[in-house]
Design a protein around this ligand. Structure first.
Ligand SMILES: Nc1ncnc2c1ncn2[C@@H]1O[C@H](COP(=O)(O)OP(=O)(O)OP(=O)(O)O)[C@@H](O)[C@H]1O
Ligand SMILES: [Mg+2]
Length: 1044
């Protein structure tokens, strides 16, 4: 292949690819397509053998993986191996089951199409192992969704559980799947596993009651007996020895050295927990398993009159207990059947054989339905949660089909017939999707090519399934037909209807040679995979799959929830005959085919190298047989003759268009021309490809591989371009969104502002109008026209007043009120003043109160009357002007209990001669005394006090008028005191004689003696002078004192 551009890079890719191919080709070829002699079966098998000898068990035929069972553990399934195959191109690395898995996963993600992996091959070829490897690969390598951390575990753990209940040792395989399994794994758009779903197909129930020689019952029975602890077995009334149970020893190999039932039991128990079975459910499940064993040991005896009875009562009661049903009802149902004749119910006893088959039918039904319940339960645990499902419409699915392989036993019965029919269908699908469709496609696309002959097994499928004429239809008819029918009559019917079919032979129809190897009860089908003789014995019963009605009724009443779920009451009531087993199987296969057809298939074709399960043994005859019937040679021939890869033009162009400048980013012309331009640019040689009508066909995988590599190399560049344009687009869209939002917000905001402003203006205009009108009518009565204005005037005055209230009691200012508020203003002023006064009074201390009271009294006496009064207002009255130490102790003792309340130094003037003498004047509560140092000179009782005289000027003269009648008082006292206002106030208050104070403007008269009167004259002068004046008066010159 030659590229026109980037030759160096491309050359390197090619080199790497080619060297890898050579390295891989060292042991045979790893893709049969590369075989020189691809028409030779011997070369084909030799290639398989050489690779098998080197433990290279996987080989491709194009995209189909051929796998040979190694029968030994190989070191090729580690996590590192998984990593090796992750995201790597299919052809780049040696063939592996992981490569198929990864390829399928990537196809699902890139093409967004559901995929399926079909694993086929005969029993023991390794299908189940392959499916487990695929599942493990997905569980380990796929990203896990947060919700689904445990899902991977559950998916994996569903295997040991299903295998325990659905697999058994057969002659072909120690772990043979006795049911078909199709599993869907759901992935979200990020490729994380989201859920799973299992469909199960026809379990081989007959194994529960019978096994061929060398075979076993289902694993779970042996696992329970070997692994279950003593307590568990006790509760189930079981013995550890499997030989004690008739259902387990039919094949005479209850113990197999290659199987560790004990270990497997542990695995199964753990798996049940992981999947989410509750302890109660597990117990119920095991009860059922144990009950089957007890049923198997339930034996019947035959009475003299042919009646049947049960001889192992204990076994029966154990079974009944574990099944959760009434013992006697079960006993009755096992030995009798209910018939309805002419609307009447009748009970008729069963004979010995009928009772045995009723018991076996019950065991099979119980086990079979429990198996279905198990699958249902596992599905619930794997189910996509509803909310996740709805949030992920982009989910894709990978289906995994592991179904029982084609098998030929010594005695083949109904089960083998179904199993082999299923394999025919799968082969048919394979032919449909690979061989026929491939060739048809070349034809429709107009590609010249040489037709490859292959065997189309449709003819066999038709023989089995055709309506009315097919074996299944004949079998159903024979079951339903009234009258005496039996297996032999079925065989005869077959001979009648399909006797001439080239793939059908019976003893009667066969030639002599064949006759010798066939019994009279057998018919032979020439399957795609070989000839199989089927013994018709039991066909009708198995197809009928009938359980006596009274047994069903008993089971419906079971207290075991699993059984009551499995045996529905409606089933007993419903008179309609259920679908026959073979038809049921046929229909479920049809549905399966539909499912598979809707998906993109990948194939794993498993081959069994020998019949003895030995590692390293390659039985050429056996392998050749399988290669033949699996159609591998035809597959290879079609591959070689045809093209490895095909794609619709649009898909091819869509995927690879970045590799060519002409087609990138978009091709607008005809699709075929675009593809042409692209492949020319890539340098495809003419023999490497062909263009059909709607598809391109690429002959060699190598060509595609190189194109894929070139795309891989180009991807970072494309990613960058995409990123750039996406970011640009996102930012632009973001910017536009923000801009639009800004404009919307701005216009909204501006509109709102404008509306507000207009509203304010409107209101203001109305207000002004009202105001003016109010002003005009302000002198009218309060009415609608002026109420606003007048209220405003009031309000403004009150507001103004609030701010300009006088702050102290002395502040007499008050705002001038408008005319209509004069009265209110006066009230307010008064209230305010009161308020201030109250507040002021509350604040006054007792000391200050006393001072104030004295000052008030002083004010009452002297205000506006005496010149020295204003001067005294600002000075505090003291409690006393004489300290205690200044008063003689003797005087104080003389005064005794009378306490001195006030003391002041005074000058006493004699009444005659006016000689000045310094004295102390002490006031007590009831009298005053004049003290000359230590001696009380005069006592003046307040009660006797006639009056107190002072001048109106600023002198300190005071005369205390005493009555002459009382000698004790010694007459009037003429005194001078520097604190005359304070003295007189205190004296007047103590004596309670404030009214007795006289203020004389010019002179004071006083009594010198009882009859004689003295006068003190007062004149204003510059300074205080007290001297004897003319006419014997005392002349006092009083200075002028300013009020401050
Ligand atoms: N890849 C493998 N590596 C090792 N051993 C394998 C491998 N594949 C299969 N085996 C062995 O072969 C045995 C049978 O394989 P498996 O059970 O997968 O067969 P099958 O095709 O599913 O048969 P059936 O149709 O009976 O179910 C396994 O138990 C295992 O021992
Ligand atoms: Mg299997």
């Amino acid at each position: 292949m030659r590229y026109q551009s980037r030759e160096v890079d491309e050359g390197r890719v090619r080199l790497v690819m080619e060297s890898a191919l050579t390295a891989r080709d060292r042991v045979g070829v790893q893709d049969f397509v590369l075989l020189e002699n691809y028409n030779s079966e011997a070369t084909f098998i030799e290639n398989l053998r050489r690779r098998f000898r080197e433990n290279l068990i996987y080989t491709y035929i194009g995209s189909v993986l051929v796998s040979v069972n190694p029968y030994k553990e190989l070191e090729i399934y580690s996590k590192q191996q998984m990593e090796r195959y992750r995201g790597v191109s299919f052809y780049e690395i040696s063939p592996h089951i992981y490569a198929i898995s990864d390829n399928t996963y990537r196809a699902m993600r890139t093409e967004r199409r559901d995929q399926c992996i079909l694993i086929s091959g005969e029993s023991g070829a390794g299908k189940t192992e392959a499916s487990k490897k695929i599942l493990l690969y997905f569980a380990v390598t796929c990203p896990t969704n947060n919700h689904m951390v445990t899902l991977g575990d559950r998916l994996l753990q569903s295997n040991p559980v299903l295998e325990a209940f659905g697999n058994a040792k057969t002659l072909r395989n120690d772990n043979s799947s006795r049911f078909g399994k199709y599993m869907d794994i759901q992935f979200d758009f990020k490729g994380a596993t989201m859920g799973g779903h299992i469909l199960n197909y026809l379990l081989e129930k007959s194994r529960v009651v019978h096994q061929n020689h060398g075979e076993r019952n289902f694993h779970i029975f042996y696992q329970l007996l070997d692994g279950g602890d003593d307590d568990l077995l006790n509760t189930l009334n079981l013995e550890r020895n499997p030989h004690s149970y008739r259902y387990l020893v039919k094949g005479s190999c209850a113990r197999v050295s290659s199987i560790s039932d004990k270990n497997n039991w542990r695995v199964v128990r753990k798996a049940l927990d992981v999947i989410g079975f509750t302890a109660e459910e597990v117990q119920k499940l095991l009860n059922i398993i144990a009950s089957v064993l007890h049923l198997g040991n339930t034996l019947f005896g035959e009475g003299e009159e042919g009646e049947t009875y049960i001889i192992t009562e204990t076994q029966l009661s154990n079974a009944a207990k574990l099944l959760g049903v009434d013992g006697s009802a079960l006993k009755e149902a096992l030995t009798h059947k209910k018939l309805t004749a002419k609307g009447e119910e009748m009970i008729s006893p069963l004979n010995f054989e009928q009772a045995v088959s009723a018991r076996d039918a019950l065991a099979k039904a119980v086990y079979g339905r429990t198996f279905n319940w198990l699958v249902e339960k596992i599905n619930q645990s794997l189910a996509l949660k509803e909310e996740i499902y709805h949030s992920s419409k982009d989910a894709s699915v990978i289906g995994l089909l592991d179904i029982y392989g084609f098998e030929v036993l010594q005695h083949n019965s109904f089960e083998q017939f179904c199993i082999n029919y299923c394999n025919e269908k799968l082969q048919q699908l394979f032919i449909e999707l690979t061989l026929r469709s491939e060739q048809e496609e070349y034809e429709t696309e107009g590609i010249a090519w040489e037709t490859v002959q292959y065997f189309d097994n449709k003819i066999i499928c038709d023989l089995i399934e055709e309506k009315h004429k097919g074996i299944i239809s004949i079998l159903d008819e024979e079951c339903l037909r009234p009258g005496e029918t039996c297996d032999i009559s079925f065989l005869e019917k077959l001979e009648d209807i399909v006797g001439g079919h080239p793939h059908f032979i019976t003893h009667k129809l066969a030639n002599g040679k064949t006759r010798r190897v066939m019994s009279r009860e057998e018919f032979r089908l020439l399957h795609y995979a070989g000839e199989v003789n089927y013994n018709v014995n039991g066909f009708l019963d198995k197809n009928n799959d009938l359980l006596n009605r009274n047994l069903k009724e008993v089971m419906c009443q079971s207290e075991n929830q699993i059984l009551s779920h499995c045996f529905r009451r409606e089933e007993v009531i419903d008179q309609k005959r259920p679908e026959m087993a073979a038809s049921q199987f046929k229909n479920s296969l049809m549905k399966l085919m539909e499912i598979l057809m809707s998906k993109e298939p990948s194939y794993v074709r498993c081959i069994k190298p020998n019949d003895t399960k030995q590692p390293g043994r390659f039985d050429e005859v056996l392998v050749r047989h399988q290669v033949k019937y699996l159609g591998l040679m035809e597959n290879l021939r079609v591959r070689r003759a045809g093209f490895a890869y095909r794609r619709r033009f649009e898909a091819f162009l869509q995927r690879y268009k970045p590799l060519c400048p002409e087609t990138w980013p978009n091709w607008n012309g005809k699709l075929a021309d675009g593809v042409s331009a692209l492949v020319n640019h890539l340098g495809y040689k003419p023999e490497e490809y062909k263009l059909g009508r709607s598809k391109i066909f690429i002959r060699f995988p190598k060509t595609l591989f190189a194109t894929e590599d070139a795309l891989e190399a180009k991807k970072p560049e494309i990613a960058l371009t995409l990123q750039k344009s996406w970011r640009g687009y996102r930012e632009r869209a973001n910017y536009q969104r923000i801009r639009h939002a800004v404009i919307v917000i701005q216009s909204g905001w501006r509109g709102m502002k404008a509306r507000r402003r207009a509203k304010r203006r409107r209101e203001a205009a109305q207000l002004i109008r009202r105001f003016i009108k109010g002003f005009i009518c302000r002198h009218e009565e309060y009415c609608d026209d002026n109420d606003y204005f007048l209220d405003h005037v009031r309000c403004s005055f009150l507001k103004h007043l609030r701010k300009n209230l006088p702050r102290s009691v002395l502040d007499k200012s008050w705002p001038t009120p408008p005319a209509l508020l004069v009265e209110a203003s006066e009230h307010l002023q008064m209230l305010h003043m009161r308020n201030m006064v109250i507040k002021y009074c509350r604040r006054v201390q007792p000391e200050w109160k006393k001072q104030m009271m004295q000052k008030v009294v002083a004010s009452e006496i002297f205000k506006d009357q005496k010149g020295s009064y204003p001067h005294s207002v600002g000075r505090l009255f003291l409690d006393t002007r004489l300290e205690r130490e200044q008063i003689s102790l003797k005087v104080l003792q003389t005064l005794g209990s009378e306490k001195v309340q006030y003391g002041v130094a005074v000058i006493k003037y004699d009444r005659r001669g006016f000689k000045p003498r310094p004295r102390q004047l002490l006031l007590t509560n009831s009298f005053a005394v004049l003290v000359d140092r230590t001696k009380i000179k005069q006592r003046l009782d307040y009660a006797a006090l006639r009056g107190v005289s002072v001048s109106s000027l600023c002198d300190g003269m005071v005369v205390l008028h005493m009555p002459w009648e009382d000698n004790k008082q010694k007459g009037d006292a003429v005194l001078h005191c520097s604190h005359v206002i304070e003295l007189v106030t205190k004296l007047a208050m103590m004596a309670s004689k404030t009214n007795y104070v006289n203020i004389n403007p010019g002179c004071i008269r006083f009594g010198v003696s009882r009859t004689k009167e003295g006068i003190i004259d007062f004149v204003r002068g510059s300074e205080l002078k007290v001297a004897k004046g003319k006419r014997g008066h005392l002349l006092v010159t009083a200075p002028q004192i300013s009020a401050t």
